[in-house]
Write a protein that binds this ligand. Structure first.
Ligand SMILES: Cc1ncc(COP(=O)(O)O)c(C=O)c1O
Ligand SMILES: N[C@@H](CCOP(=O)(O)O)C(=O)O
Length: 452
């Protein structure tokens, strides 16, 4: 079979006829101001059958000649087909485990729950999936003599970690704008270590986002946040991977935590493309979970008794402090994209209090996981939906775990020591401090498990 010629380009996601090459420095539609999306030549993609695509992707999965063993670049034809291989900047991202979490499922009254561990990756969060694409695109632009001098982002910690690592690997300068004192130490030290210019601003994430948008108006500083739709192309491979790991089937539900809301649209985009090209025969339903302290999408939808559709308008809120610090976002840039995905995937929006997210994360950990607080938000949402009978026994659920729990060790320690503000831990397990004697140790074992 002769391989079809594939290509992708930017187009206005809000329906204007604006179109631009992926090597152009542009993030929103110059005509209507809407965000862009990457469009693929879908007729050319349909030139290969579903069986051929599955065989190609399966043959490369976590194997194959560089860079095709990467979970993202193993699907290069669906991501950025015309990118030169020598410009790919990859850390072998993707290919993350999909765990069947039976003990946890039983505890919450379900029986087919899976955890997609997107945090088990080079910089410890799902942001690597999109950042490999964006930084590779920048490398390609610079190789062609483009004007980009540095790449910049606003961040609550994970985007900045990914940006700085990929830029360091490529030898491209990076600049990160962080809300001072509002991200974990582990996240702060990542861009510092990778040599980024780390700017800690006296504001919150939304304030940093406003500054970085202005900063990137000059075409020499390239914007790396998910409003840049190149990121979405990489992130959408997580949904393709989920279907692949489930034997090319869709689960009934996908549950994700939402902040700036790029990832909700990425999940939707991946499933819609797979359905269109026949790799799966149905779509999952999508749940976006927000922290109650930073819940603009929830307020505009479930909180107002309104079904999430593209017509809904999301008002910005002042995001309050939450243990799920990476989603402390009040003015999500991708709310329109997320609403479109929610509409297409018959989705709904749920929220979780600090107590609920902390206990849900601890419950999952007690069943062998090690979840970040954002994944705690998603799990708490799932627990509430299961308790209300919206998600039912017999239905297959995939929860996307977005970051590694080790980035949030203060959250874990605080929970078990009972020092988290506003949280009375339901499942505390603090370390037991003892004198160094056999008797003391035997007594502690007996106190927990009884005498043998
Ligand atoms: C760990 C983590 N989980 C979830 C999210 C939410 O993703 P999104 O901003 O794409 O909604 C973020 C970032 O916002 C994050 O860093
Ligand atoms: N949680 C994010 C917030 C920015 O999101 P982005 O996907 O739009 O870059 C972070 O880690 O910075």
């Amino acid at each position: 079979m002769r391989a079809p010629v594939l290509s992708a380009w930017f187009r206005c996601a809000d329906g204007c006829d604006f179109r631009a090459a992926l090597t152009e420095v542009v993030y929103s539609c110059p005509r209507c101001g809407g965000l862009l999306e990457v469009e693929h030549d879908r007729a050319a993609l349909a030139g290969r059958s579903a069986a051929e695509w599955k065989a190609l992707f399966d043959g490369r999965f976590k194997l194959g000649a560089w860079p095709y063993g990467s979970g993202v670049w193993g699907k290069k034809e669906w991501v950025y087909p015309q990118l030169a291989d020598e410009n790919v900047v990859s850390m072998f991202e993707g290919g993350s485990p999909l765990l069947k979490v039976d003990r946890y499922a039983r505890e919450i009254g379900l029986d087919d729950v899976w955890l997609k561990e997107c945090g088990v990756t080079h910089t410890g969060s799902f942001k690597d999936l999109g950042m490999t694409v964006l930084v590779s695109a920048v490398k390609e632009m610079r190789a062609r003599g483009g004007s980009v001098r540095a790449v910049a982002c606003a961040s609550t910690g994970d985007t900045s970690a990914a940006l700085s690592a990929y830029c360091a690997a490529a030898g491209i300068p990076s600049v990160v704008l962080l809300p001072r004192g509002k991200i974990s130490t582990a996240q702060l030290v990542q861009p510092i270590s990778n040599g980024a210019l780390v700017l800690e601003l006296d504001t919150d994430f939304d304030g940093c986002m406003a500054v970085v948008k202005q900063l990137s108006e000059t075409k020499d500083i390239y914007l790396a946040n998910s409003m840049n739709s190149l990121r979405i192309e990489g992130q959408k491979t997580a949904s393709i991977e989920i279907a692949q790991q489930l034997g090319w089937t869709s689960p009934d539900w996908i549950v994700i935590p939402g902040g700036n809301l790029g990832n909700a649209s990425a999940v939707g985009k991946g499933f819609l493309l797979m359905k269109e090209l026949g790799l799966v025969d149905r779509l999952p339903r999508l749940v976006v979970a927000q922290a109650e302290n930073a819940n603009p999408l929830w307020r505009a939808t479930s909180g107002a008794g309104v079904r999430p559709t593209a017509a809904v308008k999301v008002e910005a809120v002042a995001a309050r402090k939450t243990l799920a610090s990476a989603i402390q976002i009040g003015a999500p840039v991708s709310s329109r994209r997320a609403l479109r995905a929610l509409e297409a995937l018959d989705g709904l929006v749920e929220q979780a209090t600090e107590q609920e997210l902390a206990d849900a994360a601890a419950r999952a950990d007690r069943a062998g996981m090690f979840t970040c607080p954002h994944t705690g938000v998603a799990l708490a949402a799932l627990e509430k939906l299961a308790a209300r009978g919206v998600v039912k026994k017999g239905e297959r659920v995939v929860v996307i775990s977005t970051a590694h729990g080790l980035k949030f060790s203060d959250f874990k320690v605080g929970y078990h020591e009972g020092t988290l503000p506003g949280v009375a831990p339901g499942l505390p397990n603090p370390g037991v401090k003892l004198p160094a004697t056999l008797g003391a140790v035997q007594d502690a074992i007996a106190a927990r498990f009884g005498r043998g």
